[in-house]
Design a protein around this ligand. Structure first.
Ligand SMILES: [Fe+2]
Length: 391
């Protein structure tokens, strides 16, 4: 179905090549500045990935004015502040983020303070608070998951209020996203599986979401096909550069899709699970995805039936209901495969969620911003049984 109105805006240039971080000069020349500040975390730095990038930048004539490596599992407010101060003090003209979603989101939010000043929560809470482009920003993902390299949102955790704050704004879209599968080769199986399930959740929620358009659908379907074919291989054989590359591309496509069509109740539940019980975002999504699809079943079965072939389901002779159920089964089978590899817990209890926490997750899903975009109204009492199934 074609919506009466939609818009599609994707100005981030995406480049893909194994080893491309060694040769970014042509792209850097287009952006035109020469002094960059690098943001990453200790783990990625320890793996030598930051050095690969900074070597590449320096050989292209770039001066690295400083680095901030203290990004934690979640992007948190305190780190955004410290990071922005370090960038300002360094005299940088632009930012390079090397890492997963937390690094890229920290960098996006820090770029607001670096470019515009002020206080993130007091001055920029709400959507589209920026009025002009920020300083140049290059995102180099080392995980295939959040798609933050092509999305307009930064999600920052407020540790004091146990709340995830979303800052959606078109000016947060990076100037350049660099997809280099060589940077993903050392990602451990657990992170590969969890971030891959995050990307799959983006694509599926975007596809069935109420804001979907034919353009966001195309990116979602492309992402889903690549993930269903490559996530197990990338998890099981970390050095499979083709599977790594396919997953990086898939995460970016899923990011473009959900940046336009938004996410739904799976993300709502996952945000609450992460905020209250510190379950990593991708793990929470991976566990909750099939149950969120079941919660929405009546509203999305026609779309799920259409999606089934992209998920590897043979739909000839099946009714719409049967095809849609098989699409959910395909997700469950993928989760089973990842679970057998020891890479993904299947139940909330195995991820450290206490049984008396399930109602908190249901309430959290209702209050999460994603509930506005879910195909079925998110009601705490009605969604609770599905969270219990995931327990
Ligand atoms: Fe996500």
């Amino acid at each position: 179905m074609i919506p009466e109105f939609f818009e599609f805006f994707n100005p981030t240039k995406v480049i893909y090549e194994a080893g491309v971080v060694k040769d970014l000069k042509p792209e850097l020349d287009v952006i035109g500045i020469t002094r960059y500040f690098v943001i990453s975390d200790r783990a990625i730095h320890g793996l030598g990935l930051v050095k690969k990038v900074t070597d590449g930048l320096e050989s292209a004539g770039i001066e690295i004015t400083g680095m901030y490596l203290e990004v934690t599992q979640d992007a948190v407010l305190e780190n955004v502040k410290l990071c922005a101060e370090a960038i300002k003090a360094s005299g940088a003209e632009g930012i390079v983020a090397v890492g997963g979603g937390s690094v890229i989101d920290t960098a996006k939010a820090a770029n607001i303070l670096f470019s515009e000043g002020g206080d993130l929560v007091e001055d920029y809470s709400g959507a589209n608070m920026l009025t002009r482009p920020l300083k140049p920003f290059i995102a180099i993902p080392t995980t295939a998951g959040t798609g933050s390299e092509v999305t307009k949102v930064a999600v920052i955790y407020d540790t004091e209020n146990k709340e995830k704050l979303a800052f959606p704004d078109k000016y947060l879209l990076p100037n350049l996203a660099v997809l280099d599968p060589e940077l993903a080769l050392s990602l451990p199986p657990q992170l590969t599986a969890a971030t891959g399930m995050d990307a799959l959740t983006h694509a599926i929620e975007a596809y069935v979401g109420i804001e979907a358009s034919p353009i966001s659908d195309a990116f979602a379907v492309g992402a889903i096909e690549l993930i269903m074919k490559n996530l197990v291989a990338a998890t099981e054989h970390g050095d499979d550069i083709e599977a790594r590359g396919a997953m990086l591309i898939a995460a970016t496509m899923a990011g473009i899709s959900f940046s336009h069509s938004m996410c739904g109740c799976v993300h709502g539940m996952a945000h609450a699970t992460g905020a209250h019980f510190r379950v990593p975002h991708g793990v929470a999504n991976g566990i909750l995805l099939p149950y969120g699809m079941e919660y929405n079943f009546e509203e999305i079965k026609e779309k799920l039936a259409r999606l089934a072939p992209a998920m590897g389901v043979e739909t000839a002779g099946l009714t719409e209901d049967e095809s849609a159920k098989k699409a959910i089964d395909a997700v469950k089978e993928l989760i089973d495969s990842l679970n057998r590899l020891g890479a993904l817990p299947k139940r909330l209890r195995d991820a450290g969620v206490p049984e008396d926490g399930l109602e908190i997750i249901a309430e959290g899903a209702v209050n999460d911003g994603t509930s506005f975009y879910n195909p079925r109204e998110v009601d705490a009492e009605e969604i609770l049984p599905y969270i219990q199934k995931a327990y």
